[in-house]
Design a protein around this ligand. Structure first.
Ligand code: AMP
Length: 644
């Protein structure tokens, strides 16, 4: 086991004595006595007490650590093309904040593209960029690409390790069994310069940090690495479930990264339990599992025929209702670890149904840009979850997001009913002053801006957060919503603009037949797994108010056109991951959108300013639309997708 070379008190001293602020970059680079590699304290991850102590130190010394992080990032990167243009060799926090602009992806895209095409990565980062992480946020229909460095993998490992002591504080005995975490890798490509481009989790699972992780008795998985790293998602899922079922008596917690992925696994189990049981009964893995790594490790886990175990699992799976199935199949399970905040909140009730009341635990808040925060109260209810930003992960700033009525501005309308999460005005101007991590105010809404160790400077992440409290001196945030996202089923993030473009393309087909689309709205239907997008269309014949005769083929073509026009993350989820079902258009009777308006007005929307919400989340509003549906059509083919 790795020894802890730096005691936690020493860590605290090192962070807290680092308030000395050099006046210029040269002075910074002359060597700083309190320098720790990448600001990452080392400790034994099996030592929960040491982990908790580190978290206490980090959250107590937020201000000093944030200053050190910024100093460190600027010291390292002041000579990059990007920063040189703004800082001109000076280091001063005020100069940084005055001259370096707050940016969106479009502003830095040219730099990222230059690196992807073979330019040296030191145009933005002194540390070599070793790969590009493809985000679920898109730009021009393609995934955004975020820089990553070798050191960044250590930062992620440090972060993951800190989740362990937090769980141990609330749940005893996690070292007395295993975790059935269903983890998957996704397709990857190479940029013209030969850099790997892949999602952040795929990058992490394929790294040595994951593959050669030291044994941690609190973090033993039922899934052998070979099954996680298998690129065939069906074989991977089958093998991971098989291993999880065989080791059911050892399983103390189950989970996946996102709620949507976990529910997909339950659906997979519903379709495949007979075959899984037959494999357990005979001790022989199905022949279609052809991945050699998977076959080898799963055969070892299966070991020998286990007819009694197969009978038991078959008995549970055979029951009419699958309510509480998780507890029945994995009886020692203490909780389900899946992210259920943000767009994943829509899965809470389905998870509760299958889990039989087990706690749903969202441990962390992270992105391709950077890992941000940890949930210090993992057993809190999904709607109460807050994340504490970890101050040595990046330099954090916050753009205030104004609440309704503060200055009579336009409001984001993301729902038929005005709820808390649609009461903000988004900050579009980039000259708005940012606020530092230690200066955020309780109850206020902010958009997160990060300066990372990997070459992003004052970058708008696009997430809107609300301050809910403090852990020591570190603020805690509730994830409110993502800027400009109206529809999301899995990792897809569709904006109102994306939807409008796609609908505009599709309606051309019906317009040529003398049919007008007069109103539309949408919602993500997650009542079945996988969920799918539903569009409500009110259509009429040109020249009169009659509902036209609808041709199935034409309407199905409209569904496909919408899907083909959505961004590449949607199309990947739909085609490759099968995590989104076929898009549906529900045609509603004449006058339905008037009824929707009446409802929204009755809920507080102003009649004068009323605009049809392009996405509906309120159950009542959906019922109003659904009760007026006259015809339904589904996309008949998955849209085109290939890795880029
Ligand atoms: P990606 O860059 O594709 O990894 O997506 C990162 C984004 O996913 C974040 O910026 C958030 O919008 C969302 N996200 C990640 N973790 C959480 C969480 N715990 N709760 C809510 N949303 C999250």
């Amino acid at each position: 086991m790795r020894a802890c070379p730096i005691s936690c008190t020493a860590v605290k001293q090192q962070f807290s004595t680092c308030s000395r602020k050099p006046k210029d970059v040269n002075q910074m680079t002359r060597g700083n006595p309190c320098q720790l590699p990448g600001m990452l304290p080392n400790y034994d991850p099996n030592d929960s007490e040491a982990g908790m102590k580190i978290l206490e130190d980090l959250t107590e010394n937020v201000e000093q650590i944030q200053q050190r992080v910024l100093e460190e990032i600027i010291t390292r990167n002041a000579r990059t093309d990007y920063l040189k243009g703004f800082l001109d060799g000076q280091f001063d926090k005020q100069v940084f904040k005055k001259t370096v602009p707050v940016v969106n992806y479009e502003d830095i895209k040219p730099y990222i593209e230059r690196i992807a095409n073979g330019d040296s990565s030191n145009i933005i980062s002194a540390e070599p960029i070793i790969e590009l992480l493809t985000s679920s946020g898109t730009s021009g229909g393609q995934p955004k690409m975020m820089p990553s460095t070798a050191e960044d993998l250590h930062r992620k490992t440090f972060f993951y390790n800190l989740l362990v002591p937090v769980m141990n504080k609330y749940v005893d005995g996690l070292d007395e069994g295993k975790a059935m975490y269903l983890l998957f890798v996704k397709p990857e490509t190479k940029t013209p310069s030969g850099l790997m481009a892949r999602p952040v989790l795929t990058s992490y699972y394929k790294s040595n940090n994951f593959k050669n992780r030291p044994f941690n008795r609190f973090n033993v998985y039922t899934s052998p690495d070979e099954t996680i790293l298998c690129s065939d998602s069906k074989q991977s899922m089958y093998c991971q479930l098989l291993c999880g079922l065989v080791q059911r008596q050892e399983v103390l917690r189950v989970g996946a990264v996102f709620a949507s992925a976990f529910l997909r696994a339950i659906k997979f189990l519903e379709h495949n339990w007979k075959e899984l049981c037959s494999n357990i009964r005979t001790g022989h893995v199905s022949d279609w599992i052809t991945d050699p790594g998977c076959r080898k490790v799963v055969s070892l886990v299966l070991n020998k025929p286990k007819p009694e175990l197969a009978d038991l699992i078959e008995h549970e799976c055979n029951s009419k209702s699958w309510e509480g199935i998780i507890k029945k199949l994995w009886p020692r399970t203490k909780y389900i670890e899946v992210i259920v905040t943000g767009s994943m909140a829509q899965y809470v009730s389905t998870l509760e149904y299958y889990s039989g009341g087990l706690p749903l635990v969202s441990t962390m808040y992270a992105s391709s840009e950077c890992y941000f925060g940890i949930n210090f109260k993992p057993l809190s209810k999904p709607w109460d979850v807050s994340y504490t930003l970890i101050p040595n992960m990046a330099y954090f700033e916050f753009l205030p997001v104004k609440k309704k009525n503060e200055d009579g501005a336009q409001y984001v309308q993301c729902n038929g009913v005005c709820k808390e999460n649609c009461m903000e005005k988004e900050t579009e101007k980039e000259d708005v002053e940012t606020v530092e991590l230690v200066d955020v105010k309780l109850g206020q809404y902010y958009e997160l801006v990060v300066t990372t160790f990997t070459g992003l400077y004052r970058y708008r992440v696009g997430d809107i957060l609300m301050v809910t409290g403090f852990h020591n001196k570190a603020p805690q945030f509730r994830f409110v919503h993502r800027r400009n996202v109206v529809l999301s089923v899995d990792t897809d993030k569709t904006s109102e603009e994306d939807l409008l473009k796609a609908v505009t393309k599709a309606k051309v087909t019906v317009e040529s037949l003398g049919i007008l689309l007069i109103e539309y709205t949408s919602y993500a239907d997650t009542s079945s797994i996988p969920g799918h997008y539903v569009l409500f269309w009110e259509i009429t014949s040109k020249g009169n108010n009659h509902l036209p005769v609808l041709d199935h083929k034409i309407m199905e073509q409209c569904c496909s056109t919408v899907e083909e026009s959505l961004d590449s993350v949607y199309r990947r989820c739909r085609r490759k991951d099968n995590s989104i079902g076929p898009l549906e258009i529900r045609v509603v009777q004449h006058g339905t959108f008037d009824a929707l308006m009446d409802f929204c007005v009755s809920q507080g929307s102003s009649v004068n300013q009323y605009k049809t919400p392009r996405c509906i989340k309120s159950g009542e509003a959906i019922n109003i639309l659904d009760s007026r549906v006259v015809a339904r059509f589904f996309s008949q083919k998955a849209p085109f997708w290939e890795p880029v």
